[in-house]
Design a protein around this ligand. Structure first.
Ligand code: PLP
Length: 390
């Protein structure tokens, strides 16, 4: 191939997210029960939609400052104090089109080629994609099922090298639903301090917690080396509006803003006005959706426990892992069998790393009816395959 037609090798080589692979296959199966992607089945609350309509009528159709409207960042600063428990001024907030782009901009702001980035195993697949185009090297630290999917801090420590630059944590966690207790957060923040690392705390599910509380590293140790990431997608069922943000020290936020400038110029102005309404308006909708996710969690926990496929009870976010090892299949093969034979789509654990390679992720963002039917079929298929292999 001639040089001019070559693509950046790291980006070309990396696979698409393994969640997408199943989700795309599911679109070819008419009537498939979709328990694969983290897409809330709720509509965006009406008062937020109404505010967006008014914003459009009022001419909010132009570029905004790259960091986001100051009025929005002031509301975000108040939310950070209220929910996440640390002080931050509007100048230290950068909004992007989705939490994903704000996080990617933080990767771009921090990492240089050959730097190492420590990612949890299992982890949301998008971090690997970000590492690919920043030309950094991914090193995984285990969050094993026997620890309730909490980070194994000792093994994390062993993976730090002189090249380690960024340590990513994600609580409440996708895909496991683990919520890290404050001792764990403190131990990890201490490691970041001791080894002079950036600590990226992905808190995009910060308001979906069923037991315990989420602890922001920035609230425990200050934010001089902590980058915290948040999203409107999950809290307010606003996935398609594309709005998220990061906070951090000024020099970090300045560099993040430069990356965002190159990627998107600004987040959609109408979405920023909708987000203002989300933060300034009544918060009952957040509690109602959280209560629904909790009911669904309890329902699925009971069903998986009965089938002896429960690994651990998620304390936050809206996902649960199911053990499919009795089927004798890899998680990917199992997920495709479940889709083809039972018309149920879940995310294979292998999409998230090695640790979850014999389990699948069920999204609790689907309806109670779909969960009852879909998880029932999943348990049945594992049982059938287990009998075949016995
Ligand atoms: N972080 C985690 C762990 C996620 O699961 C997601 C979305 O699924 C995001 C960040 C980003 O969400 P969004 O880009 O919709 O704000």
């Amino acid at each position: 191939m001639t040089r001019s037609a070559a693509l950046a090798a790291a980006t070309e080589a990396i696979a698409h997210s393994g969640i997408r692979e199943l989700a795309d296959a599911a679109t070819e199966v008419p009537g498939a029960i979709r328990l694969d992607v983290g897409q809330p089945d709720f509509a965006t609350p009406a008062h937020i939609v109404e505010a967006a309509k008014q914003a459009l009528d009022g001419g909010w159709t132009a570029y905004t400052p790259t960091q986001g409207l100051r009025s929005l960042r002031e509301l975000i600063a108040a939310k950070i104090a209220r929910v996440n428990g640390y002080p931050v001024g509007p100048d230290r907030v950068a909004c992007g089109p989705g939490g994903v782009s704000a996080i990617a901009a933080a990767f771009g702001a921090v990492l240089e080629p050959t730097d190492e980035v420590l990612l949890p195993d299992p982890a949301w697949p998008n971090y690997e994609l970000m590492a690919a185009w920043t030309h950094s090297r991914v090193v995984r630290y285990p969050c094993p099922p026997e620890l309730g999917f909490l980070p194994d801090v000792e093994r994390l420590r062993e993976r730090i090298t002189p090249r380690t630059k960024l340590l990513v944590v994600n609580s409440p966690n996708n895909p496991t639903g683990a919520v890290y207790p404050s001792e764990t957060v403190r131990a990890i923040a201490d490691l970041a301090e001791k080894h002079n690392l950036w600590l990226l705390s992905d808190e995009c599910y910060d308001e979906i917690v069923h037991e315990g509380v989420t602890v922001s590293p920035a609230a425990l140790v200050g934010d001089s080396r902590v980058i915290s990431a948040y999203s409107f997608s999950k809290t307010y069922a606003m996935t398609g509006w594309r709005l998220g943000y990061v906070t951090g020290p000024s020099r970090l936020v300045d560099s993040v803003t430069k990356v965002l400038e190159s990627q998107s110029s600004c987040a959609p102005s109408v979405s920023q006005k909708a987000a203002e309404a989300a933060l300034a308006g009544p918060q009952d909708c957040v509690g109602e959706m959280r209560a629904a996710y909790r009911r669904r969690r309890d329902q699925v926990v009971d069903r998986l426990r009965e089938a002896e496929l429960l690994i651990s009870v998620p304390r936050g976010a809206f996902y649960i892992m199911a053990d499919v090892s009795p089927s004798g299949l890899s998680s990917r093969d199992f997920a495709f069998r479940l889709l083809r034979e039972c018309s149920v789509s879940v995310a294979p654990g292998s999409a998230f790393g090695e640790v979850a390679a014999r389990s699948v992720r069920i999204s609790l963002a689907s309806s109670e009816e779909d969960l009852a039917e879909g998880v029932g079929r999943l348990c049945h298929l594992v049982g059938e395959l287990a009998r075949d292999t016995a």
